[in-house]
Design a protein around this ligand. Structure first.
Ligand code: FAD
Length: 457
């Protein structure tokens, strides 16, 4: 972008993606005005509303590095080496995510991360207007209307282009819909979630292993727990909305307690404020948002959850949104033609967003139903062996998604080839030493080319 285009870009939403994109643009000298519907969390406390902590992986970390925020964020992150699986009535077991502590993910606090990003955006020169909800857009006049939901005052802003980082319920998306066929489809998962808390132990330490993402898989549903720096864990129950068991069969606290005492007997004693948490915390909704189109010529573009909200089971929604920010910033830097930049951004990112949406849905089944299955564990063991025997060629799908920046679409398609190979090589077998490794090696060489790690955007 040149100085000829010094009119500000107007960003809607100062959540995770909005604040990061504002930082990246402002750092390049692009004037940015950001409008956020919530109050300034630095004054009023964070009104996050959902998922207290998030898993940060290499893609998100890379974006934070580019924005100069790695140190500030990582100072408050807790390492998660793998899944600590708690089977019903069995012993818990750590399944490492990667080869060593170089291949881990991190638990970060959503509110604190957002504050760090807001500070960075303002320090870089972005102007953020809080209590400003996008309420309507006159695209012909290039004028947007914002409302302060507290004072009920409205005002209008002229814009060059609107960049929509206003989340799954995007107001910009709703405003664009009458002007361009977005091909919008929302697929509810049919499962909701509720958050609970494991406080610190009496001695102030963590009550369970801190450096893991805990999973209590129960077939059709599960609990997970992510650590916080305060030595607490945020527990999330994922459960169908209907059927048995479901949120519908837990109409009151007594039913919820009985359900936990039966199905999560080892977790319940860790949650002393179960009654208050259950009563106070809402049931969150989950689903996949699919759009065929992310932009309206050069006047508006969507990114992050506004363009491709996904179910949270790969822990990649924010990571993907951060990759969007880098991509959109790069496309905007390459040309003054906003329509061309938005189209190139969409072409680059939409196939990748669709791939991670699909992988996130698949991961729900894996987490709640497969992590304690014998055939799954054998396939995983073989996956490790093949990763060692074919470095840079056979790279487990979870690793491609979490520890590299190879495009999600590449991880998805290679993952399908690898999965078929693992299933075939272990069919009918009970242990790793029965696998014909020579034959599998030949198959790997025949079906997989070396992974282009350097080509990652
Ligand atoms: C239970 C759960 C767990 C998750 N866990 C993970 C995880 O472990 N790892 C991971 O990477 N991702 C995770 N995610 C996904 C992640 O939360 C989202 O992908 C991420 O927040 C998307 O960022 P965003 O900036 O696009 O949207 P948001 O973070 O939703 O931000 C949108 C912002 O826009 C503002 N806004 C909304 N409407 C308007 C309007 N009309 N006008 C002005 N402002 C507006 C909002 O107030 C908000 O500040 C999880 C999600 C859930 C629900």
């Amino acid at each position: 972008m040149t100085s000829a285009t010094a009119t500000p870009l107007t960003l809607v939403g100062a959540g995770l993606a909005g604040a990061l994109l504002a930082t990246l643009l402002a750092r390049r000298g692009v004037p940015v005005e950001v409008f956020e519907k919530r109050p300034d969390p630095r004054r009023r406390g964070y009104e996050g509303g959902r998922s207290i902590n998030l898993a940060l992986a290499e893609r998100g970390l890379h974006a934070l590095r580019v924005a100069g925020l790695q140190d500030v964020v990582m100072a408050q992150a807790v390492m998660m080496r793998g899944r600590m699986v708690h089977p019903l009535g069995g012993d818990s077991q750590l399944q490492r995510y990667g080869r060593d502590d170089g291949e881990v993910i991190w638990s970060v606090h959503r509110g604190r991360l957002n504050l760090a990003l807001l500070d960075a955006a303002e320090a870089a020169g972005a102007r953020i207007h809080f209590n400003q909800r996008l309420d309507g857009v006159d695209f012909a006049a290039r004028r947007a209307r914002f409302v302060d939901d507290h004072s009920r005052r409205a005002h209008e802003v002229d814009f060059r282009a609107l960049l929509g980082a206003d989340g799954a319920g995007s107001g910009l998306r709703a405003a664009m819909a009458p002007h361009v066929d977005l091909g919008e489809r929302f697929e509810p998962l049919g499962h909701g979630y509720k958050e609970l808390e494991i406080p610190p132990a009496a001695d102030g330490g963590f009550r369970i292993e801190p450096n893991a993402l805990h999973i209590w898989p129960r077939g059709g549903y599960m609990c997970i727990a992510l650590p916080n720096t305060e030595r607490t864990f945020t527990v999330t129950l994922f459960l169908p909305q209907q059927g048995d068991p479901s949120f519908a069969t837990l109409p009151d606290l007594a039913a919820a307690r009985a359900f936990f005492a039966r199905d999560f007997a080892d977790a319940l004693p860790l949650i002393p404020d179960f009654d208050a948490d259950w009563t106070r915390n809402p049931i969150g909704q989950l689903g996949t948002l699919r759009l065929q189109r992310w932009h309206l010529d050069g006047r508006a573009v969507l990114l992050g959850d506004a363009a491709h909200a996904m179910v949270p089971f790969h822990g990649q929604g924010m990571n993907c949104a951060f990759e969007d920010c880098l991509a959109l910033d790069r496309q905007l830097a390459a040309t003054d033609d906003l329509a061309a930049a938005f189209a190139a951004f969409e072409a680059e990112r939409r196939p990748n967003a669709e791939a991670i949406q699909a992988m996130a849905l698949e991961n729900y089944v894996e987490m709640r139903d497969r992590v304690d299955d014998a055939d799954f564990l054998l396939q995983r063991a073989l996956e490790r062996v093949l990763a060692d025997r074919h470095p840079g060629v056979f790279v487990p799908r979870y690793s491609m998604v979490s520890f590299t920046r190879v495009p999600y679409a590449t991880a998805f398609s290679r993952g399908q080839v690898q999965r078929a190979l693992l299933v075939e090589a272990t069919r009918g077998l009970a242990s790793l030493d029965q696998v014909d490794l020579g034959a599998v090696d030949a198959l790997v060489r025949a079906t997989l080319k070396p992974l282009d790690l350097a080509g990652a955007a």
